[in-house]
Design a protein around this ligand. Sequence first.
Ligand code: NA7
Length: 540
Amino acid sequence: AVPGKTYQLDALVVGAGFGGIYMLHKLRNELGLDAVAIDRAGGVGGTWFWNKYPGALSDSESFVYQYSFDRDLYEQTPWNTKYVPQAEILAYLNGVVDRYDLREHVRLETGMTEAEFDEASGTWTVRTDRGVTFQSRFLVTGLGLLSATNLPKFPGMETFAGRLVHTGAWPEDLDLAGKRVGVIGNGSTGNQVITATAPVAAHLTSFQRTPQYSVPAGNRQLTAQEHRAHRENFEANWEQVKNSSVAMGFEESAVPTFSVSPQERERIYQRTWEEGGGFRFMFETFSDIATDQDANEEAAKFIRRKIAEIVTDPETRRKLTPTDLYARRPLCDSGFYETFNRPNVSLVNVKENPIESVTEQGIVTADGTLHELDVLICATGFDAVDGNYVRVNIRGRDGETLKEHWADGPTSYLGMATSGFPNMFMILGPNGPFTNLPPSIETQVEWISETISHVLTSGTGWIEAKSETESDWTETCSDIAHQTLFPQAASWIFGANIPGKKRTVMFYLGGIKQYRSILADEASNKYPNFATDADILTPA
Ligand code: NA7
């Protein structure tokens, strides 16, 4: 691509992760469109390109953490562990790019800076930080749900003489062996990076604001028999996934917590604890952990008892034990609580003893202690879901930016379309399904592809979600979310992790089965909730 030049396309895909790669394949190889993908990263893979921190692992089980659209690809994927480490997922995605001859159609180190829709020509103009401009009829964004990094601001941070890194932009040259390492954050990422780093670091200090509930992941080699069964049961397994709620490859429980005896309850928790899996513990044990306060507390108590059994030092145990609801994104680990029994690991509760400043040598806490560090790792999460959308200027039909459109919180129809932004489709946009992501990504990409095909064949110039439909969908998502306990816990799922960010509902918690059926209805009824250019431009 030549800087200063404008390229004409049928479709531009922004982002080359799980979503963008499949989208590009659909647009080019199935619809035969002139389509290109751009990505700000130096390689394809999205999340799995950026998050190269030690211990990075998908905690959806490997047999469902893949594409399902190509059975041969599935047969050939050599994953033999229950969960897949980052490097293997990245290699897989690179393999997919080559398998479908997509590499020459991906422009790397090319970030979208601005996009603007022109009503007269019915095209998007997308400018990039490379000076290259694209003009395209369709714009599909797969900017990443968890991609815009959140870096906390502590006084003096810029004076730190060691390495300061965020897990979501991990430098490949960083060796933690023998280093004094500090980790701020203990969500899914912090949990993994702490557990993997403690055995190699000279000393690790974990700075925790809110203790978390975590259960064992139970990662292990799959037996040859399991591996074969996943392949032989391909159709049945994916059918199950697509007709479930969280798309994790197991049947969600229909049994309420207090419908069984205390002994039976304990047996079910214990069985799942031994098998492993955060989503399994929350959704496969009992049906009401995420919706009923008492059921939630019962599950939380079990995990607290486990923490008490694992952690030997009483003060450390106290700091590690959560007392609030078990209603954030469920975590699982490979020995997280055990890590705090190591002599080279210490724990600071930053609610009790806040970080006052960062100096050349390390972190100073309120009690006056200087925690000397060679490396400071921020596992502090992301400006999730809409973060990457409001960091660039995306200007729709009326000149309104998406940021302005979302001033009261991000909205969409189906997590993919938003009114005033014609022929633009988001993969994992706000108010999409909350699931194991590859099945939802596939669902969305396939629907977007079908919708683009509909626009191409229907004689329409462009379509966009109707404004009232968008309001209804937002309300639906909010109603469903408020039937659960999730909104009561401060987490990224509701935008509660970013200082100053408005707390809103950002997911459709109705499950993938229901979601897929709504999508199918929309398409088979010829898009009743979308308006066309003719509807909008022709005066009544
Ligand atoms: P999360 O889940 O948002 O966790 C971020 C962690 O960082 C969490 O422990 C936060 O504490 C902590 N944090 C954030 N800002 C600060 C400040 N300023 N001071 C101290 N501690 C802070 O991000 P992850 O990367 O772990 O996981 C995101 C998703 O990626 C995950 O759910 C998976 O789906 C994959 P808090 O709990 O807010 O008190």
